[in-house]
Design a protein around this ligand. Structure first.
Ligand SMILES: Cc1ncc(COP(=O)(O)O)c(C=O)c1O
Length: 385
């Protein structure tokens, strides 16, 4: 039998009647955009993550641009982010005319290195061409970044902190979600994400009332908010007042309805992913492949199970012959791509560059059965690279 890298069908089998009924309800009421399921899901999502506000949006990329737009980040501003990440993390910064400043990662967790972040901020300030405004930390492969250290640096320098939790939504550090430290948490509901929908979707979560209201306005073409219209009278429907330049970034009602059903089983799925990760760690011990490390006190949602091997490409080719799919995330860190190489990378990014040649993600999902996983483990162990 072929092995799935991520088995979305297995999850669907578990909750198919509930998903079918949820979609049918949306078809019956017909409020396809900003229907009742969107608000209901936002409330449940906020409760899950312990945040005051959650707002759905079109995808995890626009989730990142919404807070940057709210804070009016623009030309001459610097936003610090890792390079060893999916392109969306850094991509949204030049959208606004601002400059990403790429920062290297830690050897063991692949997440932002706080010491290098501090050095990059100092170097940017000393250079004087850009104004530091914000940091985007990424919960890469599902585990939380070092938020206590990163948020202390953000506070020290007066910078905003975004947690790009597209891969890590649901992860915790010392029992707390990234929103305990970050000004805003962003996530993606791309189908392959730990909490995915059946298309594109995303969300922003924050405890900050002002930011929530501003992002709510921005996701609907800069619509007037309650604060905007308070105490004012208009001779036309304030619905068509555009108070600021925004965009159209809404979560579809059908996707929200699907996500309500998926959120019900998400905590259980996180646990199941943890069991799969533990079995991998035990099964691959002494195999020549390095298994992943999680930050102390952290719980990963294991968006990816990423091993390292000195002959990564040889191992991938061998696994393919054994019918085991694998993927190299990410073979080219952002700063090595031509269109991003023009942006600052103070001190260089040797760890990101080294990891790009070593990492290999193995099949990972909540429904990976032991027999299939043992086949994968045996395939890795049988590689004589
Ligand atoms: C780290 C990271 N940030 C942002 C995104 C963007 O999410 P989306 O594909 O929903 O735009 C992704 C996902 O693809 C991601 O992995």
């Amino acid at each position: 039998m072929t092995i799935a890298f991520i088995d979305l069908a297995a999850q669907q089998r578990r909750i198919k009647p509930e998903i079918d009924a949820a979609i049918a309800r949306v078809l019956a009421h017909g409020a396809y955009v900003m229907g009742p399921e969107v608000r209901a899901f936002e409330e449940q999502l906020a409760a899950f993550a312990g945040s005051k506000h959650a707002l759905g949006c079109a995808n995890g990329t626009e989730a990142l641009v919404l807070p940057l737009m709210a804070w009016e980040v623009g030309p001459g501003d610097a936003v610090f982010c890792p390079s060893f990440t999916f392109a969306a993390t850094g991509e949204v910064i030049p959208w606004l005319g601002a400059s990403p400043v790429f920062v290297d990662i830690l050897e063991d967790t692949y997440n932002l290195d706080p010491a290098k972040l501090e050095a990059a901020i100092q170097a940017t300030k000393a250079q004087g061409a850009l104004t530091p405004r914000a940091i985007i930390a990424v919960d890469l492969f599902g585990q939380p970044a070092d938020y206590p250290a990163i948020s202390a640096i953000a506070k020290k320098h007066g910078l905003k902190l975004i947690a790009d939790s597209a891969q890590g939504f649901g992860c915790t550090l010392g029992g707390q979600h990234p929103g305990a430290w970050a000004d805003v948490v962003t996530t993606s509901f791309f189908p392959a994400k730990p909490l995915g929908c059946y298309g594109d979707g995303g969300a922003v979560l924050t405890d900050d009332d002002w930011l929530a209201e501003r992002m709510d306005s921005l996701r609907v073409h800069g619509k007037a908010t309650a604060s905007d219209i308070q105490g004012r009278t208009f001779d036309h429907d304030p619905k068509y007042l555009n108070m600021r330049v925004g965009l159209n970034s809404r979560l579809d009602t059908i996707q929200a309805a699907i996500l309500i059903e998926k959120l019900k089983i998400f905590a259980d799925e996180i646990e199941k992913r943890g069991v799969v990760a533990e079995r991998y760690a035990a099964g691959l011990a002494g195999s020549g492949a390095k298994t992943p490390a999680v930050i102390q006190g952290g719980v990963s949602v294991w968006a990816q199970y990423t091993i390292e091997h000195p002959d990564r490409d040889g191992l991938a080719a061998h696994l393919k012959t054994q019918g085991v799919p694998s993927a190299a995330y990410y073979p080219m860190p952002m700063h090595t791509q031509a269109c991003y190489s023009i942006y600052p990378q103070p001190g260089g990014l040797p760890v990101s560059e080294a990891k790009a040649d070593l990492v290999l993600a193995l099949p990972m999902h909540a429904y990976l059965d032991e027999e299939t996983q043992d086949r994968i483990i045996a395939a890795v162990r049988s590689f004589n690279g």
